[in-house]
Design a protein around this ligand. Structure first.
Ligand SMILES: [Zn+2]
Length: 670
């Protein structure tokens, strides 16, 4: 075969293999035998071996895997991947519907979908080719798992039809139960420990370095959420049908995996159907997702800080089992919170063996009127640790003793406190209690905080026990020689650790602030504080009034911040972090211009050239301000197609200037 013939044959085989792959994995309607398919694939592999320059990133041979990923790069999501608010009853669904109805004009349509118990993924296609696949991560940024995702047969490498030039599609990767059972059977034969549940195994599989292994495991995926195309269709349901034309495997309408309805009764019918029949599905689900269908309605409803107002999850009731309470132990968390944990007679629940259950706090123990050796009901909700929800009183022994609560910290023997209005007991010895000291460091290096490469909880534990570190500032004084002196520490790991610590100095201010682990200063609060007060110095010196003047900062948070900086030892740590060169102030984004200085904008509707988030970014980059709703103070409304009529009316009534996308571009160029 000469080169010219090879080029022709590669093209033929690629097209044929893509088509048969789609027929088999997406449409479940194969036209040729597995054997014939494998023969074609073998032929392509042989040609690629002979002419390596003809191998493309989108060759069907990529399905077999073989690419090794040493480290998964972090990618920032262009559109944040938000989570949904949860609901558990018909009443809550009704409430949600009523709230939505109040906020929009006209009648609402709802789309019901299965809530797949898998791993959320966002995949970018450019010019019809799969370019990048990123996990949800923390919602703001995820990991680039492209090589592994390419091995999932139902995800097209090359699109067909009238697809947009550049867009992202989102969905859920899951472990089909058949393949999961086969995998465990194989592991049993090999003497390997079996995997406990499909979701965690799917998540672990996606992060394996060898894509060949990923390919062999047989993950599957449904894709349904399209981003960055403007609105192709008026609603979500129609868009899902549309993307099937491009070759995506979408949830089947025929099998009732997705359904459109106009009433709460329709929604409840869907929920009840799947609550009863979910055991028969070839994959696991943990609930139902309900979305408002029409995009212009979605836009009108908008978002809360955490989740869209136009969608809600309905969670199925958890499975319940009965087991015997053996003992109660008390754990000390990184904030000093004391959590009672029940040790149970091991029992199967939701596909895993349960040995422990959370008891939350003293009130919970009292409410359950828990006695030793009680026979207890255990449920598994969304949490990893199951909880005790009740006691079977028929099984209680007459001489059984009540479970009390401890007075002293089991780690440092400090007298426990319980702050007013709080359910949890705390060990107040924040700076001296070992788990709290260690916990603060673990929190600091965590993925959502400083995300230090080469340093995990186990290593922190060893460093702490070895007396090399006792607070977060100590990390920045670690030397290679100290680290290499530890047990089981290889040269490379030691180097990685030192490099990782050094690299963390580049993390933005709000991550450092969150990393300090100040009580009540979570991720969002840290961002707000950073935005509002700009530097650690300003925050540490801020008066109570200055703190509560920051958006979303209440009394409780303000007091906690002041309390933190009152402690000399904390101030010392922060001073040291400054000295080591960490980012302890906000680095302002570069300003494109200030032509929109002092002008406020409401952006609404669907646009052609840019997405809404892009337009909002442009406004800020040019000195303007985005506001959520139209008021007298609004200067401009940037209106796209399908803007809600009530909004338009309001803008007109208030005499606010309405700009089209083109007007806006012209304004920027003035
Ligand atoms: Zn303690």
């Amino acid at each position: 075969m000469n080169r010219k013939e090879a080029i022709t044959r590669v093209a033929e085989l690629t097209s044929s293999l893509n088509r048969h792959n789609h027929l088999y994995y997406v449409e479940s309607n194969p036209e040729i035998s597995d054997y014939d398919f494998d023969m074609m694939l073998n032929e392509l592999q042989k040609i690629e071996l002979e002419f390596p320059d003809l191998v493309t990133d989108h060759s069907p041979t990529k399905r077999v895997g073989g690419d090794i990923t040493k480290k998964f790069d972090t990618v920032i999501h262009k559109y944040p991947m938000l989570s949904l608010a949860n609901s558990y009853s018909k009443e809550e669904i009704e409430e949600w519907v009523n709230r939505a109805k109040k906020l929009v004009d006209g009648n609402l349509e709802y789309v019901c979908e299965l809530k797949y118990d898998g791993v959320a993924i966002g995949i970018q296609y450019v010019n019809g080719k799969l370019k990048q696949a990123v996990t949800r991560g923390d919602g703001t940024q995820g990991e680039n798992v492209t090589s592994n995702v390419k091995t999932i047969r139902s995800i097209p490498l090359t699109l067909q039809g009238d697809y947009p030039g550049d867009f992202e599609i989102r969905g859920e990767i899951f472990f089909p139960l058949d393949n999961f059972r086969k995998l465990n059977e194989q592991r049993r034969k090999n003497g390997d420990p079996e995997f406990a549940n499909p979701r965690n195994t799917a998540s672990g599989t996606l992060k394996m370095q060898d894509s060949k292994v990923v390919s062999d495991r047989g993950l599957d995926c449904f894709l349904y959420g399209v981003y960055g195309t403007g609105d192709l269709k008026p609603g979500h349901f129609e868009t899902v049908q549309k993307v099937a034309d491009w070759g995506f495997k979408i949830p089947s309408e025929k099998k009732r995996y997705i359904e459109k309805t106009t009433s709460v009764d329709g929604v409840m019918d869907f929920i009840m159907h799947w609550d009863e029949h979910r055991g028969q599905l070839p994959f696991e689900i943990d609930g139902i997702v309900i979305k408002v269908n029409q995009y212009h309605n979605q836009e009108e409803l908008g978002y809360t800080a955490k989740s869209p107002r136009w969608a809600i999850a309905y969670k199925f009731k958890a499975e319940r089992v009965e087991s015997k309470l053996k003992s109660v132990v008390y754990q000390v968390g990184r904030t000093g919170a004391i959590t009672p944990v029940a040790n149970l007679q091991p029992i199967q629940l939701g596909g895993t063996t349960v040995k422990r259950a959370s008891l939350h706090n003293a009130d919970q123990i009292q409410k359950l009127d828990l006695h030793f050796e009680d026979s207890v009901y255990v449920e598994k909700g969304g949490e990893i640790i199951p909880k005790i929800v009740g006691v079977n009183l028929n099984e209680r022994k007459p001489e059984a003793e009540t479970v009390g609560f401890i007075d002293q910290c089991p780690e440092c023997q400090t007298e426990l406190i319980r702050r007013e209005g709080e359910a949890q007991h705390y060990c107040p010895n924040e700076v001296g209690c070992p788990p709290q000291k260690k916990g603060k460091i673990e929190h600091f290096i965590g993925r959502k905080a400083m995300d230090i490469d080469g340093l995990g909880a186990e290593t922190v534990d060893a460093l702490f026990e070895g007396g090399l570190i006792s607070n977060v500032a100590d990390l920045y004084e670690l030397t290679f020689d100290q680290v290499i002196g530890m047990d089981r520490m290889a040269d490379r790991s030691a180097n990685n650790l030192i490099d990782g610590v050094k690299a963390s100095k580049e993390k933005p201010f709000h991550k450092v602030l969150f990393g300090l682990g100040i009580r009540f200063v979570g991720e969002t609060v840290a961002k707000k504080l950073a935005k509002g007060l700009k530097s650690m110095e300003a925050i540490s010196k801020a008066s109570f009034d200055e703190l509560v003047a920051v958006d979303e900062i209440g009394d409780k948070i303000a007091m906690s911040i002041q309390e933190y900086f009152l402690d000399e030892r904390n101030r010392k740590i922060v001073e040291r972090l400054i000295a080591y060169g960490l980012n302890l102030e906000v680095v302002e984004k570069e300003q494109a211009s200030n032509v929109l200085e002092g002008k406020s904008f409401v952006v609404s509707g669907v646009f052609n050239a840019f997405s809404r988030p892009e337009l909002k970014e442009m406004i800020e980059a040019n000195g303007g301000k985005n506001v959520g709703s139209i008021s007298k103070k609004t200067d401009f409304v940037l209106a796209g197609d399908k803007m809600g009529p009530s909004k338009l009316q309001k803008a007109t009534d208030l005499g606010i200037k309405i700009l089209s996308e083109d007007d806006f571009i012209a304004l920027l160029n003035e």
